[in-house]
Every structure is written in C-alpha cells, then in structure tokens.
Design a protein around this ligand. Sequence first.
Ligand code: FAD
Length: 452
Amino acid sequence: MATLDRDVVIIGAGPTGLTAALELRKAGKSVAVLEARDRVGGRTWTGEVGGATLEIGGQWISPDQTALYSLLEELGIETYERHKAGASVFVAPDGARTEFTGEDFPVDAATVAEMRRLTAELDVLAAEVDPDRPWEHPRAAELDRVSFHHWLRGLSGDEAACDNIGMFIAGGMLTKPAHTFSALQAVLMAASAGAFSHLVDDEFILDRRVVGTMQGVSLAMAERLGDAVHLNNPVLRLEWDADGVTAHGADTTVRARRAILAVPPNLYSRISYEPCLPRRQQVAHQHQSMGLVIKVHAVYPTPFWRDKGLSGTCFGPGALVQEVYDNTFHGDSRGTLVGFVSDVKADELFALDAGERRARVLASIAGFLGDEALNPDVYYESDFGSEEWTRGAYATSYDLGGLLRFGPGQTDPVGAVHFASSDLAGAGYQHVDGAVRMGRRAAARIAAELDG
Ligand code: FAD
C-alpha cells in the first residue's frame, strides 16, 4: 500500500477528472488521480469487437462545444465530419415509412405547425435561461413543478407533436420517460446546447467525431499525467475536514489538501465519508439518477444505405430503436450503423435473451433501412447500466422539483471536497464538453484557494 502526499487528489479518471488534473498541474500543483476501473475515459470507451472499432460511450461533438474543441487543439487531436449526405427516414407510430429531407418530420401539416410552435416556445425559454443557473429564471418554480410530458400537453392538444418534441429530450437526451423529469430540467437540457433547435438538428448536435475516438482524448491526457494516474483504485472511503482529505484506494492512499470528486452523482453514495457528509448533500444526492439507453452498433460489409440515397439518419418515435445514424468509423470501408433504445423500451429489451434482443433490434433498423440491415458482420450492445462504475447512460438528471431545490448548491464544496462532472455542467451538460468545463472550473477554484 503506497501512501502519497499531494496538493489535490482527484477521484475518477473520466474527462472531468483528467482535465482537472492537467489544469492543476499547469498551475503548479501536485496531483494524484485514483480511478476505479482498469482504464481511463469513464463513459467514453473504445471497443475492438469482431475487428471493428466501436465507440461504446460518448463520441459526437457539436459546434457549440468550444471547451472540448480547445482541449482537442491543446492535445493536437483532429476531428472528422459524420456522414450526413442523403435522405432521412421517418417511421410513424402506425408503421408508415417516409423518406424525407429538411428539418420537418414528414407528418401532417397541422402537426408540423404545432412542432414548430413548441420548438419556438422552447427556444425562447432556453435563450432566457442561464444554463449555469436555471433555477434563477423567473418561471423556474412553475417549470420545475410540472413534468415535461404534462407541460407539453398544456401547450398543445396535438399528441403526435408532443410525442415528437418530447422524444428529443426524453428518449434522445435524458433517456428517461418525459413524465419523470420537469419542464425546467428539459429547458436546461436545451439551454446547455445553446437552443432546443440544436437538439432537434442532428446535423448540429451530432456534427463531428474525434479522430482516434473520444476515449483517445482521455488517453492523451492520461499520457501527459504519467504515473499520477492510479488505475484499479476505487475510492470507497474518504476522510475529510476543512483542511484536507485522505482518500483510500485499493493499493494507494492519498493525503491531500483538496479532493475533487469527479464521478457521476449517482455514485457519490458508493463512498463512506468520515465524517458523513452534511444533511443537505446526503439528501440532495438521492435526487439525481441515471437515465438508461442501449447504444446498438451494427457493422456491414458496405454502407448499403448510401447506395439508396439515404444518410442512415432515421427517427421512429414509436419504434423500438427510435434513432439510427451512420456511424462508419474514420477510414473504414465497411458501414456502421448506430441505434438507440431508450428508457422503458430498454427495460423491455433487457428482459429478453441476447438472441431475441438482436433479432428485435435488427428488425427495427430494417424497418427504416431495408432487409440488408438484418445481417451485420458485427453486432454489439453498449450496456453502461451493467457497469459498476457508471450504472446507467448517458448521465444523471434530477427528479421532479429536484433541480430548483438542490441545483443551486450542487457544486458547493464540502470542507476540502469539491464536486465536478458533466452531470453538474451548465453549457455542455451531460456531454464531454461539460466535463471539460467542470474539470477546468474545479481546478481554477482550487488553485485559487491554495494560492490565496
Ligand atoms: P465519467 O466519464 O463517468 O468518468 C467518471 C470516472 O470516475 C469513471 O472513470 C469511473 O470509473 C470513475 N469512478 C467512479 N466511482 C469511482 C470511485 N469511487 N473511485 C474511483 N473512481 C471512480 N457525450 C458527448 O459529448 N457526446 C456523445 O456522443 C455522448 N454519447 C454518449 C453515449 C453513451 C452510451 C454514454 C454512456 C455517454 C455519452 N456521452 C456523450 C456522455 C459523456 O460520455 C459523459 O458526459 C462524460 O464521459 C462524463 O465525463 P465525467 O468525467 O464527468 O464522468
């Protein structure tokens, strides 16, 4: 058992923790990063499956994600554009399949008009909300009291329009049913990406990918940090007071003047704190929970959909796989599709055996793109819900009323312990960009404290 003395111990070697460690190093502080897994990157992870490179976790970057872009520039990492050319496919809840181009779903004119109206309403609110302080919006209390599902239906009697708009935030982002989180949480999601229209626009929100994969960003940071990163060191006990901490990993103990807890909030209670955290935190942390989504990967000999003039982008609000995209890996001659099965549909799918899951998922994708989708060379389901050190996907969000009640204090340090993760971000919330922002913010705050 090694015992180290450092200025700062960082718990978690995901993008947040590693960014914080790099920034603290630059500020002249000594750091140690304790990571539970045998790898860095957290919810970003590259898999080699059947000879294909798959991004099992986070991968896309959008134009507003300037913090991540600046980190990529610092690390000398390039990006490439996702394949977008061609028509998209929409499968209506009654099973009707339509190919379309442009921004509007091919639904009846009245529903298109309603969707535009709801989008405009959400864009106005998102523009008014400061993503770092959504609870300060004058209507915050009203919006945090009502579920997103019911809020939409209060604005429109068009069920299809409400379902279609709801999908972009519920199944598409928070990966929870729209009745389980508030309208304020939905507005935060939109504001964190600059606008609700950005979430609707797959060409914006899924704009580019990272050459060498998104986990490569964490690997590059870890390389710079060298032996400061200690893998296979879950921290299960943390002694703390106002002046410092002692973090107990499996084979490494770190005494430090400050700690950054850079793990998703649903895992805070995995650690025994001595003394226990104050009442406020103990209660607050129970109100942030992970969503659940299955990211499904299917690799084919060629990107067959492109030959049909299709982009590979598909939407089906009633389908098992509600979104599909071309996810062909940089420089690969084969074609890869990625699809998403979210929240209650993921529950239902996981109740089936592996063979039946595969058959159902591929049948759903074939409903969009044709029977060629039924027989991929490689098929893989990302399952972060089964990972002890994540327990869901993509990220955490508050239950109804939780954002207003507990959000304002969510990044307040407790003694020497600071909290940071993409789950606590304003801009870039739930995304790697938010992780970078939170890592930098925590590092700057601690460096100032230690220098002050
Ligand atoms: P994490 O990445 O979760 O890192 C936390 C680290 O802490 C982990 O390595 C974990 O092992 C470690 N840890 C936990 N508990 C302990 C402990 N007690 N002791 C020591 N270590 C501990 N974002 C995008 O920007 N674009 C996308 O396309 C995108 N798609 C996604 C798809 C999926 C399937 C998933 C799961 C996520 C996706 N995300 C995406 C989200 C993105 O991956 C996360 O926002 C980001 O990884 C969060 O970084 P983090 O460092 O805050 O947390």
